[in-house]
Write a protein that binds this ligand. Structure first.
Ligand code: IFM
Length: 806
């Protein structure tokens, strides 16, 4: 069953049935001011942090309420409805609605009782407030008298938790007033006597505003209970039912902003108004409000600016393949998903609001990979930041605080860090993610000088990027387990796999092996022969250990516990086959051809399902070892044999690297949101964004997906698609084009910006191969290779490249 479709031309996903199986969300805004909105206008907004900068209230697990509600009331019939289907929820027999989620804006259109509304929600580019622009048109033949009411439910405290659970405090710090055309909410208003920079217990007054532009306010309300009424709900608030908000304000009650205006519309006439919401002092609020006196023009211009901004970002990589699902995702929605994950890491969604006050090291370093082909300089800044959160001993800070102060941080070796972050120790894998991420950045841009940039460490010292990577190797070398593989420390990628401080994970061992291969390339470039010898020897030793201890008949094991127990043997009653060591044995270049083929075939036969491969199988239940935390989950979900979509990305990449185009694409489609657009009642999540996991075959809800938007899946599947399937594999001196595609494809085209030049790449596949090449034409010259040297590319005009696969 489908609830909408992709409008690729306008880069929109259009929801035609508002009764979606879950709130289908979109992201608005920037790192300074973020906002989430569902197709029924549910959602929240926040300054910088979803947990600590919360402006709009949204109650998790509460049927997508409250939200950015705009009500329309017919003052003659007294009938009322909302510009989004919910919260009033008129019968869909008479109420027609379309939600257009676009890139950084959402437009909800409704038709009811001959009134057409278009509610456009966005955060203007580089601004820290949001706009709800309402266009209302009378499509009937009678004059209409309407009251339009906007409702914003403020938090009483910008800390989400305090606002929800500590009312004995938060209710008594908030009050509202009415100023000209807006409700002004003041939090800690009693501290208005403080001088600049002064605080009481770290607190100062803050102002939020909810204003109306383009029309006069006919009545207002700043008190939630008065607006809604004691026993009413968002679907029938008193203020709307009565057609008058009563001009009440709050002082020790829940604050809100509710503003009404009365409009008369002649047949065919349209009115345009805007509600403005933000965290703004009174003076600035006034200036902002004054800039929207003609909302129609201003909002149109601001929307165009947003479209241009994102269009430019996406233009750096565009693809045209025979798969419309693949194209919709790679060109627009998956790309946007990667940017949102890049910006917000895992905080700020309808699932989690980011209470942990910092960035996870591994997550953030991985997330960078998803945007390197689109915005390499944004990626570089984040890489610098993450390197500055690497401890001088080479390990990563498991949690990088939002207040990160490079050079001055405490570390997991300090009790203060452990107490503040809750992270008791280093994790084995954190700093190892730097290797593929930095390699991807340097090879995409050709910016080899990046290796010599000097960046501080988190706690003390500074060093070049090259030095940072060497220290990451040192960290793993100094923390080896009893077999000589990196020790488990607190955990590896799998949060639910605690092998013990001296346990050893094969996944981390393979990451470490790969890290050495990458660093060797940098060492070669730097003619660091002594270090090359060291790396070669260390890598050979590691190779021997992995080869001798981790290959188990037809699969790689998952690791060893501290006590020496082997996890993931073929004969184990549970969890005897794990996905990640198989795919990573290929990605890291470790597995022999025979091992790779056998292991990957086993993945296909034992782990794969119609919705993707499960993380391991059988699920833990009665035979979980002490550190198998996954057992706390129901079978078939999350790390307990769920289909972890991020791992699907590595699987796609691994198959593509092996040249198995059919299989790589099969894995792609199984878990692609867009490919499940017509199975939305099964998948439930938005068909235009990834989720963290899909319930596996052990679950009665096989195929249902969870944890929308902010997931490592975004970057990993992007890499699997761009580098894997499409085969865009740059190195220091150029670009290798090595597609691994379904044999049935005739080919595809890519428009790609690369090192300041534009490439028009056409891949032709008349013989229907899955991978490989015959020859390539570059600007008219034929070569019998698939490698484009940087120096062959012209700076002016398009570089026309045609690769013949067969
Ligand atoms: O790798 C982790 C990630 O850090 C947080 N989410 C779950 C993943 C797998 O356990």
């Amino acid at each position: 069953m489908q609830f909408g479709y992709f409008d690729n031309e306008n880069r929109e996903y259009v929801i035609t049935n508002p009764k979606t199986p879950a709130p289908w969300a979109n992201y608005l805004g920037s790192p300074e001011y973020g906002a989430l909105i569902s197709n029924n206008a549910g959602g929240y907004s926040f300054a910088k942090s979803g947990a600590n900068g919360r402006i709009l209230r949204y109650v998790f697990n509460n049927f997508d309420q409250p939200g950015r509600y705009i009500y329309i009331r017919d003052n003659d019939s007294k009938d009322y409805w909302s510009a989004s289907w919910q919260p009033v929820g008129k019968s869909l027999d008479t109420y027609k609605s379309e939600c257009h989620h676009g890139i950084s804006y959402t437009k909800i259109m409704a038709d009811y009782s001959d009134i057409h509304t278009e509610a456009l929600y966005y955060v203007p580019l580089n601004k820290t407030y949001e706009v709800w622009n309402l266009k209302v048109t009378n499509n009937g033949s009678e004059k209409r008298n309407l009251t339009l009411t906007g409702y914003a439910e403020f938090t009483n405290n910008s800390n989400y938790e305090q606002d929800q659970v500590n009312l004995q405090y938060s209710l008594f710090i908030s009050r509202t007033s009415f100023v000209e055309n807006r409700i002004r909410q003041t939090v800690h208003g009693n501290l208005d006597v403080l001088g600049a920079g002064e605080t009481v217990d770290d607190k100062r007054p803050t102002d939020r505003i909810f204003g109306l532009a383009g029309a006069d306010v006919s009545s207002y309300c700043g008190d939630k209970e008065v607006f809604i009424g004691r026993c009413n709900g968002y679907g029938n608030p008193d203020g709307v039912v009565n057609g008058d908000l009563g001009n009440a304000l709050s002082y020790n009650e829940n604050s809100c902003g509710a503003l009404s205006t009365v409009v008369e519309l002649m047949p065919g006439e349209t009115k345009n108004i805007a509600f403005i919401l933000g965290l703004k002092e009174n003076d600035e609020a006034e200036a902002i409000m004054n800039s929207y006196t003609d909302p129609a023009d201003v909002c149109e211009k601001e929307l165009a600016e947003l479209k241009t901004y994102w269009g430019e970002k996406f233009s750096h990589f565009q693809v045209q393949t025979p798969s419309k699902e693949f194209d919709s995702m790679i060109n627009t929605w998956h790309a946007y998903n990667c940017f949102m994950t890049f910006i917000w890491s895992r905080a700020a969604s309808f699932i989690y609001c980011g209470l942990r006050n910092g960035y996870g090291y591994r997550d953030t370093v991985q997330d960078i990979q998803g945007i390197i082909h689109l915005a390499p300089e944004m990626a570089a800044d984040k890489i610098r930041f993450m390197l500055s959160a690497q401890v001088a001993n080479g390990g990563g800070l498991p949690l990088v605080k939002f207040t990160h102060n490079a050079g001055h941080e405490d570390t997991p070796d300090d009790a203060s860090y452990v107490k503040e972050t809750g992270h008791p120790a280093y994790r084995a894998d954190d700093a190892l993610w730097l290797f593929p991420t930095i390699y991807k950045y340097v090879t995409e841009t050709g910016n080899l000088a990046f290796m010599d940039e000097v960046i501080p460490y988190a706690n003390k010292d500074e060093g070049t990027v090259y030095d940072h990577l060497k220290r990451a190797i040192d960290f793993s070398m100094k923390h080896l387990g009893r077999h000589g593989m990196p020790a488990g420390l607190y955990a590896d990628w799998n949060d639910c796999l605690r092998l013990g401080k001296d346990g050893e994970s094969s996944f981390v061992a393979l990451q470490f092996y790969y890290a050495m291969t990458i660093l060797r390339k940098f060492a070669e470039y730097k003619n660091d022969s002594e270090y090359i010898s060291y790396l070669d020897k260390s890598q050979k030793d590691l190779w021997n250990v992995i080869q001798n201890l981790c290959w188990n008949e037809d699969r790689f094991i998952r690791g060893f516990t501290e006590k020496g127990e082997v996890i993931g043997k073929r004969t184990d009653p549970e969890a005897n086959m794990w996905l990640n060591p198989q795919s990573w044995a290929v990605i890291s270049g470790f597995a022999s051809k025979a091992q790779a083929e056998a292991a990957m075939e086993n993945v296909y036969t034992q782990l794969n399902t119609a919705f993707g491969a499960v993380l391991m199988d059988p699920p833990y239940h009665a035979h979980a070892f002490d550190g198998a935390l996954a057992v706390i989950y129901n079978q078939g979900v999350k790390e307990n044999a769920g289909i972890f979509s991020q791992s699907q990305g590595w699987l796609i990449l691994a198959e593509a690297l092996l040249g198995h185009g059919n299989r790589a694409f099969e894995y792609y489609m199984e878990n692609s949101p867009a490919a499940q657009n017509d199975k939305a009642e099964v998948r439930k999540l938005e068909p235009y964004c990834y989720g963290q996991f899909t319930e596996g075959k052990a679950s009665p809800h096989f195929g249902r997906s969870h944890v929308h938007w902010l997931t490592g899946t975004a970057s990993t599947v992007m890499v699997g698609s761009v580098e894997g399937i499409l085969g865009m594999r740059p190195d220091f001196y150029g670009l290798r084009i090595a597609p691994s595609i379904p044999a049935e494809w005739d080919g595809f085209t890519v428009e790609k910006d690369f090192r300041g030049k534009h490439l028009h790449i056409e891949v032709k596949n008349p013989g229907h191969a899955e991978s490989g090449f015959k020859c390539m034409e570059i600007n008219g010259q034929t070569i019998f290779n698939n490698y484009v040297k940087d120096e062959w590319l012209m700076s002016n005009g398009d570089n026309i490249i045609t690769l013949y696969m067969s």
